[in-house]
Design a protein around this ligand. Structure first.
Ligand code: G4P
Length: 193
């Protein structure tokens, strides 16, 4: 998505060797006009996949997920994060380790919001090591639902997540794919068609 790449070039900041700060339009302050366009991109890509539900993880996945759900006119569910969780019968749970933050979280979704009839589209802001997607996929499997695809706002193709998803044969569409950071500059993969 050209407009997103341009925005990353204009407002993104590379930190260290593998982190991109995009607090001014995605992770803290949110640009709703851009979110709306991103929701439309995801809709155009997955509109024939029979999506019944959009799933994400709090907090930064919620904005793009809601805009996507709006286009599909389906509910959006965000997994909640807990440092630890006492097992509860009415929740699906999974563990997600964050390499970026070096912490483990349990994520959970109430059983009543995900059923075996659901065809799920996962939306998330970043794809790095794929831990969040993995955790959501575990929950989808527990619910007996099916995963129709994954939509990512910013993918860092040089980290493990993309490879894992491709290996699992899950359809994925990323709006911006970062190949590398080169001296503080963002190098993108060639555009999706
Ligand atoms: P994953 O997202 O693929 O599972 O990889 P990882 O475990 O490395 O990511 C952990 C957290 O860090 C996630 O947010 C993810 O979105 C975020 N993250 C990963 N790489 C970057 C990056 O380059 N820039 C920014 N800004 N964030 C990155 P989270 O813990 O779920 O937090 P939240 O912000 O959604 O609340």
């Amino acid at each position: 998505m050209k407009e997103l790449e341009e925005r990353i070039n204009k407002d993104g900041r590379v930190l260290g060797k593998d982190v991109l700060k995009v607090d001014s339009f995605l992770n803290h302050q949110i640009d709703p006009v851009l979110m709306d366009k991103m929701g439309n991109e995801f809709y155009q890509h997955f509109k024939d996949s029979g999506i019944t539900k959009v799933l994400t993880v709090e907090s930064s996945g919620i904005a793009p997920a809601v805009m996507t759900g709006l286009k599909f006119e389906v509910p959006v569910v965000f997994a909640r994060k807990h440092k630890s969780i006492t097992l509860k019968d009415d929740l699906y749970t999974s563990e997600v380790y964050s390499f970026t933050k070096k912490t483990a979280n349990h994520i959970s979704i109430a059983k009543k919001y995900l059923s075996a009839d659901d065809k799920v589209l996962i939306i998330d802001d970043f794809l790095a090591n794929g831990q969040a997607v993995n955790g959501l996929n575990d929950i989808i499997k527990d619910a007996g639902a099916s995963l129709a695809g994954i939509g990512i706002v910013i993918e860092k193709s040089f980290q493990k997540g993309r490879q894992l998803i491709d290996k699992a044969g899950i359809p994925i569409y990323s709006l911006a794919r970062i190949k590398a950071f080169d001296n503080g500059q963002v190098v993108f993969e060639p555009e999706n068609d």
